[in-house]
Every structure is written in structure tokens, then in C-alpha cells.
Design a binder for this molecule. Structure first.
Ligand code: FAD
Length: 378
């Protein structure tokens, strides 16, 4: 049985390692083989970018060598897929190699699209890539006061990051003694401050308490960089001195080019995680699914555990054993030194509690434990 994993990020690494352990004997006996194809030899811990943007983590702390994170029995190639041929059970890579498979797992992630909003890329700081997070921190250091606008486009990965950066910026300016010279303003596209109702119910009074203003039902239309004005589809305008944008996202270009899903989101069954349609040997996980659920590392993690168990059970017994229930766990940094969390499934909404230092320190510990988590040790 040839199992091919495309994508060496959070989802791909966890699914491959988990399957390799479950199929240890089958792999040793030559009955199963796992190959991973990825676009990079390095693995980035993306949540760390939030801390880079406020000068609390160095960029090199975010990386590990991808091969070193994988079970030695997994064959790994840095050779991105360019063509998916589901009918022939094969993919073709950038180097021109063909890889056949019996089971295919796609976890290629997502990318931000600042260029989809006129003026945004030129005028806004962001923190969703290493380069942009470093640039944002340099800009923050120079900032001496004025109106800071945090604006959010959808869909985007990490549902909590816009709230977290808002709270962290509040404490960053407080620490620098600038709070009385800074007004923090947050815009969000729907009629409340977060897509998850209970998270919005928790965050709104926190914003009020800290003097953070907000405008909901604000869908970014364009940025007038000359006059420093952010405009919404709804016809409102916000003037800014420093603009921080969380741009809308798409799935990866390779998914769009192969016409697998609109805007790079692959139609996926929300319980079995099979790609919708006739090719039942294809699984999808992480950001690239079109499941209307948080695009988060924890989503990819829990989905990967389900897919790994099912693939192993298909190899051993011919049938899958589990379904994904929509489980997600997200920490929410609520400032410099306190945090809360949101845990939820398709049927149970989150219920964030009062932020504490203990949860913050747990998050700081998780920033290191991530590497054990993707290896499957945790
Ligand atoms: C600032 C920030 C903060 C975040 N904070 C959190 C948080 O606190 N908690 C949380 O749970 N999540 C958080 N996330 C989100 C989390 O990082 C992602 O949701 C998660 O990494 C998604 O996993 P994935 O496997 O779908 O994609 P990724 O981890 O992005 O991996 C995609 C992989 O696919 C590879 N690839 C791309 N194209 C190809 C191709 N053509 N062929 C082969 N391989 C390819 C890439 O090289 C990469 O290895 C945050 C993200 C950001 C940016």
C-alpha cells in the first residue's frame, strides 16, 4: 500500500508520523510505504509569528529541519506537487517526477492575499509571514503615537490571531509608556467582534474595559494610502496612523491551478475528511479543506489523528474506524501575560473563561512543546 502525503506542515507531519507508528510492522514487512512531498526543507511554527511581531521571539526560533521531525521510515522529498491526476492515482512534481499512490493525503495549507484589497499590501503591516512580522516590529518600534487600526479580512487562518494581536499591542504600548498617545481601533467583517459568538461575547467587554474601539460589519474594500484612509464595502471610512491588516486568504495556487476547489479550498467531507466526489482514496486536512471551521494548527492536528487512524485501519482491516467531530482548541493571548482558550466541536460551542497567567504560561510552554507534538510524542 503506497501512502502519499502532500504538504509537510502541521497536518502533513502529524498524519505521516502517526501513520508510521501505527503501520510500523506493515512498513517493516514491505506491505506499506509512506512518502511525503513538501515545498520546503524547513518547518515553520507559524503561531510564533505573533510574538516576532511584538519583539518577543526571534525568527530563527520558529524553524526546524523537516526531515528531523519525521519518523525515519518516512521517505521525504522537497519537491512540490504541480499536477494531481486522481484518475490515474498519481501526482507530478516540479522536478518532473511521478509518484503513484493507493491513498493520497493533501495538507498544503493556505496563503494570505493582501493584493486582493487595493492598497492593502503597500500600506498595511501584517505578521503572517516571517518577513512581514519583522517589518511590523521595526515599524512598531518607530511608532510614537496615533491611531492604530487592526483590520480583518475573511477567510483567514488562525481565528484568534486578530484578537490576540489587538490585546498584545495594547500591552506593548502600555509597556512603552505610550498608551495615552495611542488609540487602538479594530474592524471586523460581521456584526460582532469575532466569528465565534461566545468568543465575541467574551472579547467585547474586554475591548470596552481596555478602551479599544471597534467597528463591526466592516468589510475591507480599499486603502487610500495617500490620505491614510481605510474604506469598507459598507461605505464607511477609518483614518489611521498605523494600519495592521489580516488579509483574506486562499488555498495554495496548486489547488486552484488543478481546479480542485474554488479559491484553493478543497471540497471535503466534514466527518470522514475524504475529498468530495468519486475519489474515495483521497483525504484532505488542515487549512486547505473547505469545511467552515477554524483554519488552525489544532484543527489540522485533530483531523490528522483521525485520518491516520483510519488509513492504518484501512491497511489492517479494510475499513475506517473514526469520524472527525470538529474538535478545535485555540489559546487566546489576552495581553502580554495572560491568556484564555476556546475549545469546541461541531456541536459544542466554545466558552472562554476569565484570562489567567497560568494559561498564558501554558501557551508559552506549548510554543516549545509544538515540536514534540508534531513528532507525535505529546
Ligand atoms: C500568525 C499566525 C498565528 C497562528 N496562531 C495559531 C494558534 O495560536 N493556534 C493554532 O492552532 N493555529 C495557529 N495558526 C494557524 C496554523 O499555523 C495553521 O492553521 C496550520 O499550520 C495549518 O496546517 P496545514 O498542515 O494545513 O498547513 P501548513 O502548516 O501551512 O503546511 C502546509 C505545507 O504544505 C507545503 N506545500 C505547499 N504547497 C505545496 C505543494 N504544491 N506540494 C507539496 N507541498 C506543498 C508547505 O511547504 C507546507 O509544508 C497561526 C498562523 C499564523 C500565520
Amino acid at each position: 500500500m503506497k501512502i502519499l502525503v502532500v504538504g509537510g506542515g502541521t497536518g502533513g507531519t502529524i498524519v505521516a508520523n502517526n501513520m508510521a507508528r501505527r503501520l510500523h510492522h506493515e512498513m517493516k514487512a514491505g506491505k506499506a510505504r509512506i512518502t511525503m512531498l513538501s515545498a520546503s526543507e524547513r518547518h515553520m511554527y507559524q503561531p510564533g509569528l505573533l510574538y516576532v511581531a511584538v519583539g518577543r521571539m526571534a525568527p530563527d526560533e520558529l524553524y526546524r529541519d523537516q526531515k528531523g521531525l519525521l519518523e525515519p521510515s518516512i521517505e521525504f522529498h522537497v519537491d512540490p506537487v504541480e499536477t494531481f491526476d486522481f484518475k490515474e492515482n498519481k501526482v507530478i512534481t516540479k522536478s518532473g517526477r511521478t509518484h503513484q499512490y493507493d491513498i493520497l493525503i493533501i495538507s498544503t495549507g493556505s496563503r494570505m492575499m493582501p493584493e486582493s484589497i487595493p492598497g492593502l499590501a503597500e500600506s498595511a503591516e501584517t505578521f503572517y509571514t516571517e518577513e512581514s512580522a519583522i517589518k511590523m516590529f521595526k515599524r512598531l518600534r518607530e511608532f510614537q503615537g496615533g491611531k492604530v487600526v487592526i483590520t480583518v479580512g475573511v477567510p483567514h487562518k488562525c481565528p484568534m490571531a486578530p484578537l490576540e494581536i489587538t490585546f498584545m499591542l495594547h500591552d506593548y504600548f502600555k509597556e512603552r509608556g505610550l498608551l495615552d498617545k495611542v488609540q487602538i481601533h479594530y474592524t471586523y467583517p460581521i456584526g460582532r467582534v469575532h466569528s465565534l459568538e461566545n468568543v465575541a461575547k467574551w472579547a467585547k467587554p474586554e475591548f470596552d474595559r481596555l478602551g479599544i474601539t471597534y467597528e463591526t460589519l466592516f468589510n475591507m474594500k480599499e486603502v487610500d494610502a495617500t490620505n491614510s484612509i481605510l474604506k469598507s464595502e459598507e461605505g464607511t471610512e477609518v483614518k489611521y496612523d498605523l494600519l495592521i491588516g489580516i488579509p483574506p486568504h486562499k488555498g495554495m495556487e496548486v489547488i486552484e491551478k488543478n481546479s480542485i476547489g474554488q479559491s484553493g479550498w478543497i471540497p471535503t467531507n466534514r466527518n470522514t475528511l475524504n475529498m468530495d466526489g468519486e475519489f474515495k482514496n483521497v483525504y484532505v486536512l488542515g487549512d486547505t479543506t473547505n469545511i467552515p471551521i477554524s483554519k488552525a494548527g489544532s484543527t489540522a492536528h485533530y483531523e490528522a489523528e483521525v485520518v491516520a487512524e483510519n488509513v492504518a485501519s484501512i491497511v489492517k482491516m479494510g475499513v475506517p474506524v473514526r469520524e472527525y467531530d470538529g474538535k478545535v482548541f485555540c489559546f487566546i493571548e489576552a495581553g502580554k501575560d495572560k491568556a484564555t482558550y476556546a475549545m469546541f466541536t461541531y456541536n459544542n460551542p466554545p466558552d472562554p473563561k476569565e484570562p489567567t497567567q497560568a494559561v498564558h504560561w501554558f501557551k508559552m510552554a506549548y510554543n516549545k512543546l509544538y515540536w514534540s507534538s508534531v513528532r507525535g510524542i505529546l
